[in-house]
Design a protein around this ligand. Structure first.
Ligand code: PLP
Length: 411
């Protein structure tokens, strides 16, 4: 059995999510836009999922736009807001950060080429954006501020509540990429995040299928669609809905909510006739956090000279970014893969080659340090047994790789 320590790339789909989706492939496949009864029934399933996602985010169901995932949600948010200014030939300024996912960075670069002014805020050494830097970067024509909620590589949580307050005081809209935060942190769009106008979600980072996602768009925000061709999603995202995917995302949102509320059971079947089922792994967010802390402490004890990147930052409870100076993380990833352990590092660039992580470089790590950093990310299904096995395999593979290297690694 493989040990999956790459949950930030994609999470397993929960069996109960698959169960919720199954009838919408096999029996209840009517187009939700059709006028007949089959269509009406699937429309109500889409609306039920919308309500479930809105409950997770504490917003109105009318503020949810279903998309194909985090990348589309990020592009829709940035382009959808800023295209309106390009159309009106009004000057517009976007503030984002150097540590965003490429879904935001590449969208920002594309807007920059089309005439939008863009500022990229730099994080501190622990990978966190300082809200004072945003204050100084604001300009009279700043129309949008986009800062992610949790970083996909380090897990560092950004002070988005504070950032949104500052942006609002200057009259700018606020987008946050919450792809790595949804289902891991409570997201309250009527409380802590009441100044956030747009928020991106991806299904496959929260135990729903790949190719599903959503964008929260606060009531009253004007958004130009990316796709044209129909009135779907209140004119914001044309195209027949991914019905099973949306149902799965809705179910995953219901489960995430109960998990965040600390309910220590998962359910099969509908809520009304729920059958509690013991699923191995973390049964509450506190347990996942404890499992990650134990894993991290033992790795530091067993691997001389290892360092946790972003150790000083508040972090989501599943992510470890482990730096082992003198060890090439790409070689380590391959060696661990051969031992049945999936991990991740850096980012694949266009040529398919691996570049040192732009996130770690922005934090001030050298290219060598960034190339020595490996991401280990746990899921809610990661078990103590898997962690124990990983704690045998990883230090042994590191020791082997060091023994083959000419550098002296005694700390
Ligand atoms: N934003 C962040 C922070 C991510 O981690 C990812 C995926 O890794 C995305 C956006 C893109 O999401 P998707 O894979 O659903 O397109």
């Amino acid at each position: 059995m493989r040990i999956d320590l790459d949950a930030n790339a994609t999470t397993p789909i929960l069996p109960e999510v698959v169960e919720a989706m199954r009838p919408f492939w096999l029996e209840r496949y009517g187009n939700p836009s059709s006028a007949h009864q089959s269509g009406q029934r699937t429309r109500s399933a889409v609306e039920h999922a919308r309500t479930s996602l809105a409950s997770l985010l504490h917003c109105s169901p009318r503020e949810i736009v279903f998309t194909s995932g985090g990348t589309e949600s990020d592009n829709l948010a940035l382009s959808g807001i800023l295209q309106t200014f390009l159309d009106k030939r009004e000057p517009a300024h976007l503030i984002t950060t150097q540590i965003e996912h490429h879904a935001v960075l590449f969208a920002a670069e594309s807007l920059q080429r089309r005439g939008i002014e863009v500022t990229y805020l730099k994080p501190d050494h622990s990978g966190v954006i300082n809200p004072d830097d945003l204050e100084s970067a604001m300009r009279p024509h700043t129309k949008l501020v986009s800062v992610m909620l949790a970083n996909n590589e380090t897990g560092a949580i950004q002070p988005v509540g504070k950032i949104a307050r500052i942006a609002k005081a200057h009259g700018a809209l606020v987008h946050t990429d919450a792809v790595q935060a949804a289902g891991k942190l409570p997201l309250d769009l009527s409380g802590e995040f009441k100044n956030v106008d747009l928020l991106s979600i991806s299904g496959h980072k929260m135990y729903a299928p790949q190719g599903t996602g959503a964008l929260f768009v606060r009531k009253g925000v004007e958004l130009a669609p990316l796709f044209l061709g129909g009135p779907h999603e209140r004119q914001r995202r044309a195209g027949t809905e991914n019905l099973p995917g949306i149902v799965g995302l809705g179910r995953a949102a219901e489960i995430a909510l109960s998990w965040l509320e600390g309910q220590n059971h998962q359910f099969f079947g509908s809520r009304s006739q729920a059958v509690p089922v013991q699923i191995p792994g973390s049964q509450s967010s506190a347990e996942l956090a404890a499992r990650r802390s134990h894993f991290e402490r033992r790795l530091l004890a067993l691997i001389p000279g290892a360092v946790i990147n972003s150790a000083d930052a508040p972090r989501v409870s599943n992510t470890i970014n482990l730096r082992i100076d003198g060890v090439d993380a790409e070689a380590l990833l391959i060696a661990l893969d051969l031992q049945g352990v999936s991990t991740s590092f850096g980012a694949a660039c266009m040529s398919g080659a691996t570049e040192p992580s732009h996130v770690l470089l922005a934090m001030g790590l050298t290219p060598e340090q960034a190339r020595s950093s490996l991401r280990l990310s746990l899921s809610r299904l990661t078990t103590d047994d898997e962690i124990a096995q990983a704690l045998e395999i990883i230090p042994a593979v590191v020791a082997r790789s060091r023994s083959q290297s000419p550098i002296d690694h005694t700390p």
